[in-house]
Write a protein that binds this ligand. Structure first.
Ligand code: FMN
Length: 189
């Protein structure tokens, strides 16, 4: 038997992403987004959904660019802070001590301390309702030099990304590897 929960965005888990932008004066800002992810493989594109009330919304519309930063679980406090305070009132980079670095490709900064940074040019904007969806074409990905792509440990285990549960609003870390995709299913036949 099943029970009906009604119309909700109950998708488990969502990623925890930090979107960094510049405002019109060139001040860097960062906000946390859990409504986002991959939306096209070729051209490589990612999606984020942002409310108009945020400072980031104006920056996205003005600059047509953002960096999608993947925070490591070591930075859980900073990632949460970026999702609580607004750049309208606070200089969030000064408060956290994290470092905005100007992208050479798009008019947005990336966060040096976060292990992966996707430099994105906005190619589509969709008004959906409470949220506006921004589609960013990924022009480049930066990754910490210390992360080994062919090491003993998988990249995801080195990055230690955060996961988000939308109903309880809890953060989770990743678990262990439990199977190989496009492979384990073949055992069925
Ligand atoms: C875990 C988490 C996920 C969030 N996801 C989103 C989201 O997907 N879209 C959104 O508009 N706001 C989201 N928020 C809220 C914004 O990050 C928050 O309103 C922030 O203060 C906006 O910053 P800004 O005004 O400096 O742009 C999230 C907050 C947290 C803590």
């Amino acid at each position: 038997m099943k029970k009906d929960l009604g119309a909700k965005t109950l998708v488990y888990p969502t990623p925890v992403l930090v979107i960094s932008t510049y405002d019109n004066e060139g001040n860097p800002n960062a906000m946390t987004v859990a409504w986002g992810g991959i939306c096209c493989s070729s051209p490589p594109c990612v999606t984020i959904s942002v409310r108009k009330a945020t400072y980031t919304y104006g920056n996205l519309m003005a600059k047509k660019a953002f960096v999608m930063n993947i925070p490591s679980a070591n930075y859980i406090q900073e990632a949460d802070y970026f999702g609580i305070e607004s750049g309208k009132k606070e200089n969030k980079f000064a408060k956290t001590g994290l470092t905005p670095v100007k992208s050479e490709l798009v008019d947005a900064p990336y966060i040096r301390e976060f292990p992966i940074n996707l430099e994105c040019k906005i190619i589509q904007v969709h008004e959906l309702g409470l949220h506006t969806q921004f589609i960013g074409e990924v022009l480049n990905v930066k990754m910490d030099e210390t992360i080994q792509e062919k090491g003993d440990q998988a990249v995801i285990e080195q990055v230690k990304p955060l996961l988000f549960a939308p109903d309880s609003r809890d953060y989770y870390g990743i678990g262990e590897q439990i199977g190989q995709a496009f492979s384990i299913g073949k055992e069925i036949g």
